[in-house]
Design a binder for this molecule. Sequence first.
Ligand code: SAM
Length: 201
Amino acid sequence: MDWDREWVERYHRKQTTTRTALARLQREYRIARGLLGELSPGALVLDAPCGIGPHTRRLREDGFRVLALDVNPWMLAYAQREAEPERCLQGDLQRLPLADQVVDAAIVIRIFHYLDQPAERRRVLAELARVVRGRVVISFMHPVAMAPLLKRRPTRKTQTLGEIRADAAACGLRVAKVRPVLPFVKRMWFAALEAAPATGG
Ligand SMILES: C[S@@+](CC[C@H](N)C(=O)[O-])C[C@H]1O[C@@H](n2cnc3c(N)ncnc32)[C@H](O)[C@@H]1O
């Protein structure tokens, strides 16, 4: 994605200037926060990709320390200024610049619909499984949804829950909980992933 500073400013305006956009972000955050489950105050949460940091800010307001990561330096600069995470990191979700098991949980919102190849999704999930001790909450776009048909928007890359389960299993994770934003109306779904129990041999 070639997103320069001007693009980021436009993206910010689109995401934050309408009541609809703000309500959408709030709704998405509530779902993601619910799926993260129990977390101690001050837990370290990875927000990746953080974009301009809308969820970073909310996580901080809820008392967590946040590690905000994005591949785009302009997004990251914006998030640093506006959301003030504990730490900002420029990096690729497929090669996280982090040591093993260093964060308590992660939210990974609005990136899976850019990853149409199972291999790309699995590289991302394998990296998350490596660096996160607890839950990883992801969003994805479900193929069965009315809203995009009514708006005549081109369907973005979608994944079924079966595909998400298979991707997770390939990386030693399992789907612990699922929450559609509005089942079969909106295409966005959320899933909480956690380490799969080791199978006895
Ligand atoms: C649609 S935004 C979502 C940002 C944020 N999670 C939100 O919900 O507002 C997608 C972001 O993914 C970032 N991105 C794309 N590919 C990436 C990758 N391989 N690693 C890290 N960030 C990436 C882009 O720079 C962009 O900021």
